[in-house]
Design a binder for this molecule. Structure first.
Ligand code: SF4
Ligand code: FES
Length: 256
């Protein structure tokens, strides 16, 4: 086989290390050597961790699962940007070809007091679970599967609902927002059911319950910085925030 050998890179990493939720953390510098441009960012961390383990040191803890951009587990601030420099891309899908030999890379956990650090780059995102529990469902009778196309859904509604449903719950929107607001996530979860016919019976109660749960968790308020949309790996539009606010206002005025 022909072809050119891939140039390996050496990087200097500055990584947030914190042994437990209550402990004091600090940035620690590591050399990442022989990094292939074809590695993902997480694979690069795996290699660094193998070296740490060989030396008897504690590996860097970070969340991950699917490593294909669909589960929402991964996420870290990479040079101050949630999920790193490549738009529309999770940290697990970010490839090292977007970095250069000799780069210094600062890696920190999500920045949000509502997402406290558990260890190193791993944060507690159960606040998101509580928002979904407050209303991110529809109530249906169990039984056999409904016939296909029993409930007609307009193509335009299906498309918009699908765009909202693409949210993977990663938390990058909160981490990047200067206010630590969770509007983009909550709006995506409110909208993906609120747009579909199946979501109509609980539409108004859902938006009130989910927004109020979001507020009770201590997330900040949205003041239109649009940083959430800029870093969202699924490119969820802030239009959903406007939609959620309209539904919340209508529900508050009409149904309470
Ligand atoms: S809205 Fe985007 S950034 Fe926020 S949790 Fe969903 S996928 Fe992640
Ligand atoms: S590990 Fe699943 S989205 Fe990154």
């Amino acid at each position: 086989m022909g072809g050119t050998a891939t140039a390996m890179m050496n990087l200097k990493l500055h990584v947030w290390r914190q042994t437990s939720p209550g402990s004091k953390g600090k940035m620690v510098t590591y050399d990442a050597t022989d990094v292939s441009p074809d590695m993902s960012f997480l694979e690069m961390l795996d290699v660094v961790n193998e070296v740490l383990i060989e030396k008897g040191e504690e590996p860097i803890a970070f969340d991950h699962d699917c490593r294909e951009g669909i589960c929402g587990s991964c996420g870290m601030m990479i040079n101050g940007i949630a999920h790193g420099p490549q738009g529309g891309t999770t940290a697990c899908q970010l490839h090292m070809r977007h970095f250069r030999d000799g780069d210094e890379v600062y890696i920190e956990p999500w920045r949000s007091t509502v997402f406290p650090v558990i260890k190193d780059l791993v944060v507690d995102r159960t606040a998101f679970d509580r928002i979904v529990s407050a209303g991110g469902y529809i109530s249906v009778n169990t039984g056999s599967a409904p016939d296909a196309n029993e409930i007609p859904v307009a193509k335009t509604d299906a498309d918009v609902a699908f765009d909202a449903a693409a949210c993977i719950g990663c938390g990058a929107c909160v981490a990047q927002c200067p206010n630590g607001a969770a509007q983009l996530f909550t709006a995506a979860k409110v909208s993906h059911l609120g747009i579909l016919p199946q979501g109509q019976p609980e539409r108004w109660q859902r938006v009130v319950d989910m927004v109020e749960q979001m507020e009770s968790e201590g997330f900040g308020s949205c003041s239109n910085h649009y940083e959430c949309e800029a870093v969202c790996p699924k490119e969820i539009s802030t239009d959903f925030i406007a939609r959620m606010n309209r539904d919340y206002l209508k529900a508050s005025l009409t149904y309470r």
